[in-house]
Design a protein around this ligand. Structure first.
Ligand code: FAD
Length: 323
């Protein structure tokens, strides 16, 4: 009995959300009075892997297989399930990130495990049973998921658990997987970046704008602010419906659900369907000229003002800070 945590990397580096996941998995391992092993797939420097020990991983399995350099759901799920079996891990923890959403149910099937996706708290334990709290109905309700099967897979919503630093360097071991050809129904031949911009689904900072911007010609200042902050850009549904911005930027109930550390909403009213996809952001900053805009009710910081005056001032302020 032990806990295995999958640590996904972004171009060879681990984001803060991964340290949250490792800290969370460590807390579960402590509840179970057992150890924590991490598994990393792809090219990550050994110093980065050892550093996971700081957050509680005692050992890190490093899968350096060339065929697994690019993310393929089926193949990654097979490797993680295989490692769980070899390590006798009956609990697998991962991030409820874009790739985690595809992996959790696949690992669950392979391990015949109960799956709780999008956990927001440590599970309550009752004998071998876990009770996991997660959000439901686009963050409008909570669900308590009872997991009483032997094996369990839990994905953690980013920004819902604090990073805890407690250990020293982890031991790194190479792990050779026995992937079958059937795991590679999808073969990634080449990755072509459409843009150098930060990708939205797992972005830690997001600058988002709505119909208050009046038209696509005004997005220059949104892009400029996002570039200065190293943030991804997003938008409300009517903006992408009108083709002012690509559909891949649409966030909300019918778009992408995101949980960045910082969400800056500019000229967006804050309709419930929009909030459904962004309300689990850690810090929400709202800029709207209408003081009654519903978005202010969920904002951590609000600026009542005209976006066309406020945003250029923010750009100047960020430039001054960086100078
Ligand atoms: P508006 O509602 O038009 O608001 C514009 C805001 O900009 C206003 O608050 C205004 O005060 C402010 N403003 C105007 N000018 C300025 C200025 N110069 N400076 C600063 N502020 C300014 N919406 C989503 O976003 N995502 C979804 O996934 C989604 N799914 C939906 C699903 C269903 C089934 C339905 C029915 C609707 C859905 N919607 C969704 C639409 C949603 O209900 C709202 O209509 C939409 O979010 C409004 O977009 P908006 O805030 O950009 O525009």
């Amino acid at each position: 009995m032990s806990v295995l945590v999958y640590v996904e990397n972004a171009e060879g580096k681990f984001k803060k959300s991964i340290f949250e996941v490792v800290s969370y998995a460590k807390a579960i391992a402590k509840q179970m009075n057992t150890g924590l092993t991490a598994i990393s797939i792809g090219d990550v420097a050994s110093s980065e892997l050892e550093n996971l020990g700081k957050y509680g991983a005692e050992k890190v399995l490093n899968v350096g297989n060339d065929k697994l350099k690019s993310f393929v759901n089926q193949a990654y799920a097979s490797v993680i399930a295989e490692a769980a079996k070899k390590e006798s891990a009956n609990v697998v923890v991962l991030s409820n990130s874009f790739s985690g959403k595809g992996l959790a149910p696949r690992i669950g099937v392979k391990l015949e495990a109960a799956v709780a996706d999008g956990a927001i708290e440590l599970p309550k334990t009752d004998g071998g049973k876990f009770i996991v709290k997660k959000t439901a109905f686009s963050n409008k309700a909570f669900a308590m998921v009872e997991m009483d099967s032997e094996n369990k897979v839990i994905s953690l919503t980013p920004n819902s658990y604090k990073v805890v630093e407690e250990g020293s360097a982890a031991k790194v071991e190479e792990f050779t997987s026995e992937n079958k050809d059937s795991d590679f129904k999808v073969i990634i031949k080449e990755i072509v970046r459409a843009t150098d911009k930060v990708s939205l689904p797992d972005a830690e900072l997001v600058v988002s704008a709505g119909r208050g911007l009046k038209g696509p010609e005004n997005w220059g200042m949104i892009e400029e602010l996002a570039n200065l902050l190293g943030a991804a850009t997003a938008c409300s549904k009517p903006v992408s419906d009108a083709d002012w911005r690509p559909h891949s930027e649409h966030v909300g109930q019918t778009g992408i659900a995101i949980s960045p550390n910082l969400y800056i909403a500019i000229g967006i009213s804050g309709a419930i369907q929009h909030l459904a996809g962004v309300s689990s952001s850690k810090i929400i900053v709202v800029i709207n000229k209408d003081p009654e805009a519903p978005f202010f009710k969920v904002a951590d910081y609000g600026i009542v003002g005209d976006a066309f005056e406020v945003v250029p001032k923010m750009i100047e302020a960020v430039k001054a800070l960086k100078a």
